[in-house]
Design a protein around this ligand. Structure first.
Ligand SMILES: Cc1ncc(COP(=O)(O)O)c(C=O)c1O
Length: 360
């Protein structure tokens, strides 16, 4: 079976450091966690970076940091993984779904403008499948209305727009290191910000509400433990070193797929000018004459793993029942997009020939 994902890290790469950590007994709050956070800062050029256990806990911490709660609204890109809306719902606020571009799959500026109300406490922009197209335009709207912008960059480590890396654009940016991402630590996440004020608050919240002062801890707030362990941090350090090369190789594979599949009616997710896209998921809309699920099954029979693009959040059973406000463009994308495998060493011709045969 040709698998959808393949990690960019081997056991040999981390063996030495793992052994050292087991011998030292420092499984948490050690030098590797510090180094990984430093590397994220250097890579994204963000002023501050914190590690977390996942993008979900990172995003959730941002909700608490901004005091988002019942009676508040957060405008959310509607084409994403459900965690994006769940963290808003979980703190008692209302996720207001903004429809997305059928080309880039990202939040449409006119949809955002339409949905801003006095209750809007934040905008949660998703780099759909790693693509940050349009985030600067969204940032300008947020600045005009003085609303904080949170970037759900779960998929977007390594991407940039206007030469600014994801992590250095929004007020708060959250990354995921889940195995579907380019850089994986098994589970894991990070938060970056350029704001000293938000950084100070985050440092306290992420340390059980404590500050270290005159040799002892003072618990000045309530807080959490979302710490990434040392072993995971080693994995992260090894991969961030090769991230740019990984992004380049995925773009070369994407171009090959585009050349083979667009002439037979597939349409690739579009990337705006000035965007560097990490191709976290290689997603196409299928030709109108076929059904996506039918193609996924045909390719499975041919030994190729594929899956849907991602979800229309407003169309999931929970959010449809709760708010009954399905966004049409995101709904169409949920039902017509397919994700293909994308990594070095892949036999692209074999996959595209199987697609062609399925269509005959
Ligand atoms: C856009 C988006 N946001 C959030 C998440 C949640 O990330 P994690 O699994 O690290 O909690 C995902 C996971 O796939 C995602 O794709």
């Amino acid at each position: 079976m040709i698998k959808l994902i393949k990690p960019y890290i081997s056991f040999q790469e981390i063996e030495k450091e793992f052994q050292e950590i087991f011998e030292s007994g420092y499984f948490t709050r050690g030098p590797y966690v510090k180094t990984f956070a430093e590397r994220i800062k250097e890579y994204t050029k963000a002023k501050h970076a914190y590690l977390a256990t996942s993008a979900t806990t990172a995003l959730w911490a941002c909700m608490r940091l901004l005091n988002i709660m019942s009676g508040h609204e957060v405008i959310v890109s509607d084409f994403s993984f459900p965690a994006t809306a769940n963290i808003v719902e979980d703190v008692g606020a209302k996720p207001v779904f903004a429809d997305v571009s059928p080309d880039t799959f990202n939040m449409l500026p006119e949809e955002l403008e339409k949905k801003i109300t006095p209750k809007t406490k934040a905008v949660l922009f998703v780099d759909a499948l790693g693509n940050p197209s349009g985030i600067h335009e969204i940032k300008e709207i947020c600045q005009k209305h003085q609303i904080p912008l949170i970037e759900d960059a779960a998929c977007a480590m390594g991407s940039s727009e206007r030469d600014v890396k994801c992590g250095n654009i929004a007020d708060l940016t959250c990354f995921s290191f889940h195995p579907r991402k380019l850089l994986t630590t098994g589970e894991g996440g990070a938060i970056t910000t350029n704001s000293d004020r938000l950084s100070e608050l985050l440092a306290v919240k992420l340390a059980h509400g404590s500050i270290f002062h005159e040799g002892k801890y003072d618990f000045v707030d309530f807080g959490y433990n979302f710490r990434l362990p040392e072993l995971q941090a080693v994995m992260g350090i090894k991969q961030i070193e090769k991230l740019d090369a990984i992004v380049q190789s995925r773009n070369a594979i994407r171009n090959q797929f585009i050349q083979e599949l667009e002439p037979i009616g597939f349409k690739a997710q579009r990337v705006s000018p000035g965007v560097e896209y990490n191709v976290q998921s290689l997603v196409f809309q299928v030709p109108k004459r076929i059904q996506r699920d039918w193609l996924v099954n045909k390719l499975k029979d041919a030994g190729i793993e594929t899956t849907l693009g991602t979800y229309c959040l407003s169309g999931t059973t929970y959010y449809r029942k709760r708010y009954n406000n399905v966004q049409p463009k995101a709904w169409e994308l949920q039902n017509t997009t397919i994700t293909f495998p994308c990594y070095e060493g892949l036999d692209v011709d074999f996959i595209c020939n199987a697609v062609r045969r399925s269509l005959q």
